[in-house]
Design a protein around this ligand. Structure first.
Ligand SMILES: Cc1cc2nc3c(=O)[nH]c(=O)nc-3n(C[C@H](O)[C@H](O)[C@H](O)COP(=O)(O)O)c2cc1C
Length: 358
């Protein structure tokens, strides 16, 4: 029987264990230019004991930013900033992928340097509000991507993936989950297009397939992962036919030979084994745990063969040495969500590791 603490080969890399640090936006790229900082290098290096670190969502283009102080991967300064992060993680023997996250309509012009309207699949705003420097404001109506905009978006993902490699990342995870741009295209409420990128599942998966295929072609499929979250309504997403849509998606992606599929599981937990069966490659699972964070019991997913890797968000935020703590049965620091986004060292790099035992 495999355990979560056994090494595993995923795509191009051999990981020392199967405990993954899930992507978490921390909004600490303060200062002009959305450049990763030295403090971010410290934070990720502290967590290098993960089998794989997936970074916070990183915008592949200026228009792909939605939240305050999130880092990018579209300028030379950002590449240089990330190089400090990847060097620090590699010095500790870690493996690190950048999560490329284009937010689409989950944005506000007050949060970005360019200050222009967000883009989306269709002119349908998300219900709800987003935090801005002057407080929460309603989501604006996005500008629908035209044919040229779609092409430019694919090209931006490719350029950012190449930048990730230049910055020393071991690969990229494409963010197709949680209501951001790629998920907006997959959905039946944010995507009302009548061109080849909308309509039935074949149309709605098209942008995701094009982005994944183009990035895989550019840097090698064996260092590209995709994150999806079927049946997750977060960020005002509705999916009337999620099973049909995601099965069409995995069928289209299987021939590419990606490093992994990362499933942020939604309420339809019975769909996960169906996806597992249909997906030809490695499956990383972030299990559905409403009202709680993923805990030690998730290690059984690997032991039972329900997943190849398991990803931890909140517990990794609060426990820099999480794999070691899981292996020893705890104890665990408690995550403090009040310091999750923005700020500095506090609630970021000051969670203690367990003392070394002789
Ligand atoms: C502070 C915070 C920021 C997050 N940011 C992202 C993100 O940038 N990209 C993403 O795909 N998921 C993001 N998530 C979701 C996590 O990756 C994970 O799916 C979620 O926390 C549930 O897992 P858990 O119970 O282990 O925390 C975030 C979660 C938290 C707590």
């Amino acid at each position: 029987m495999d355990t979560a603490f056994d090494a595993v080969t995923v795509g191009r890399h051999t990981l020392r264990n199967r405990v993954v640090m899930a992507p978490m936006t921390r909004s600490r790229a303060h200062g002009p230019g959305a450049v990763p900082t030295e403090l971010m290098a410290t934070y990720y290096a502290q967590r290098a004991g993960a089998g794989l670190i997936v970074t916070e969502g990183v915008q592949p283009s200026a228009v792909g930013q939605g939240y305050l102080n999130t880092p990018g991967l579209h300028t030379a300064e950002q590449v240089a900033g990330w190089r400090r992060v990847t060097d620090a993680v590699h010095e500790r023997g870690g493996v690190i992928f950048a999560q490329l996250m284009h937010v689409g309509r989950i944005a506000h012009p007050d949060n970005t340097a360019h200050g222009s309207a967000p883009v989306g699949a269709s002119a349908v705003p998300a219900a709800g509000t987003i935090v801005t420097p002057t407080g929460p404001q309603e989501f604006p109506t996005p500008q629908p991507l035209d044919a040229e905009g779609v092409r430019a978006t694919v090209a931006d993902f490719v350029a950012a993936a190449r930048n990730a490699v230049d910055a020393g990342f071991d690969g990229v995870e494409l963010h197709g989950a949680n209501g951001y741009l790629l998920h907006q295209f997959l959905s039946t409420n944010a995507n009302r297009r009548d061109d080849e990128y909308g309509g039935d599942p074949t149309g709605r998966i098209r942008l995701v397939v094009e982005v994944v295929a183009a990035v895989a072609e550019a840097i090698g499929a064996d260092r590209v992962g995709l994150r999806i979250s079927p049946a997750n309504p977060y960020n005002d997403i509705a999916e009337d036919d999620h099973r049909e849509t995601y099965l069409a998606l995995v069928d289209a992606l299987n021939p590419l030979g990606l490093a992994y599929l990362h499933v942020a599981e939604g309420a339809d937990t019975e769909f996960t084994p169906v996806l597992r069966e249909r997906w030809a490659g490695a499956l990383m699972l972030n299990p559905y745990t409403p009202g709680a964070w993923t805990g030690p019991e998730a290690l059984k997913l690997v032991e039972r063969g329900d997943a190849d890797l398991v990803s931890y968000g909140a517990l990794f935020l609060a426990n820099p040495d999480l794999p070691r703590r899981l292996a020893g049965g705890g104890p665990f620091n408690t995550p403090d969500y009040t310091t999750a986004y923005g700020g500095g060292h506090e609630g970021y790099t000051d969670y203690p590791a367990l003392p070394d035992q002789g």
